[in-house]
Design a protein around this ligand. Structure first.
Ligand SMILES: C[S@@+](CC[C@H](N)C(=O)[O-])C[C@H]1O[C@@H](n2cnc3c(N)ncnc32)[C@H](O)[C@@H]1O
Length: 305
């Protein structure tokens, strides 16, 4: 993975002085949480400046950051896309149900917070295959009846769709926004990834939406960030950068919204009618030159069939 290819996994590392003095004192919140191996969700959390991570995650993330310093901007740009996209989906497209797969750990400006600020009755289902995500999200969501979290795997979309909790929480006769943000590149096989997206989209009614972001393959920049590639290509991580055409394949049969699938740096809210000033503070992408160098694509499409 080149320097910029790692960017959509992003980075906003804390200063070393912020590390806990004694990592051994960092006890997992539940026995099923493995703190001996780095986890994608926790590395991403660390990279975004969150606190839900362990020494092993910080160490792994720092290696990626050392090889690919622009990762920080990438994570922020990706998160900004997610926030802006769900706000547009709720505010402008009128969607009231959100299925966020590969949701990551709760951090600032979570999907349910953004959409429930527009409509407190908006319903959200978070799905992630990292048990830590469920543990943290359940604590965060204890008093929110409109948001649930499921431990589940994108690689088995039919099993996910069959989950009674999902069926109870979302009304599949009404539009649903499917969020696959910074997660499809963890599906190694491109044809499998297409099948997954098709299975999920086929289950959604017309008027639903798909929002994705994905690491873009940039062959010109091979080499300098070999460490980052090695890190993300390890079994268990396995982020697979894809070409523009391969990423475009995820929108096959769907109607692109606004400019469709674009470079992360070029994405704008369809219609540009929303004032984002407040959000820029949370996920400020304050380095325009770095933003330009990012290799990630993102966009929204509508399911019209
Ligand atoms: C880089 S984070 C993205 C978080 C969030 N979507 C965002 O963009 O801010 C990727 C998340 O995908 C999750 N993930 C990776 N493979 C997955 C799979 N097969 N099924 C469900 N979640 C997965 C990871 O645990 C991690 O939380």
């Amino acid at each position: 993975m080149s320097q910029s290819q790692a960017d959509s996994l992003g980075a906003a590392p804390r200063e070393r002085s912020e590390f806990p003095a004694d990592d051994a004192a960092e006890l997992p919140p539940a026995p099923e949480i493995d703190t001996t191996k780095p986890h994608i969700a926790r590395m991403y959390d660390y990279i975004l400046g969150g606190k839900n991570n362990y020494a092993v995650d910080r160490e792994a993330a720092e290696k990626v950051l050392a090889a690919s310093p622009h990762v920080r901007v990438g994570a922020r740009a990706n998160r900004r896309f997610l926030i802006d996209a769900v706000r547009w989906l709720a505010q402008e497209a009128g969607v009231r149900q959100f299925l966020d797969i590969g949701s990551g750990l709760p951090t600032q400006q979570n999907v349910h917070e953004v959409v429930q600020a527009i409509d407190p009755d908006a319903r959200v289902v978070y799905v992630d295959n990292d048990p830590l995500v469920r543990v943290h999200a359940e604590a965060l969501l204890a008093t929110d009846p409109n948001t649930i979290v499921l431990e589940g795997d994108l690689r088995d979309p039919q099993a996910l769709l069959n989950r009674p909790e999902l069926r109870d929480h979302l009304d599949f006769s009404q539009p649903i926004a499917l969020l696959l943000v910074a997660v499809l590149h963890f599906i190694q096989d491109t044809q499998q990834a297409y099948r997954i997206v098709k299975t999920l989209c086929d289950a959604l009614p017309p008027g639903s939406y798909l929002a994705i972001s994905h690491v873009l393959k940039d062959e010109k920049q091979e080499g300098p960030a070999a460490q980052a590639r090695a890190m993300y290509s390890r079994p268990g991580f396995g982020a697979v950068p894809r070409t523009k055409d391969e990423i475009l394949g995820f929108f096959t049969g769907l109607t692109p919204v606004g400019d469709g699938l674009v470079h992360l740096a070029d994405w704008t809210v369809p219609g540009k009618s929303i004032d984002h000033a407040g959000d820029r503070k949370v996920v400020a992408v304050d380095d325009p030159a770095a933003l330009r160098r990012l290799s990630g694509m993102c966009g929204i499409a509508r399911i019209d069939r």
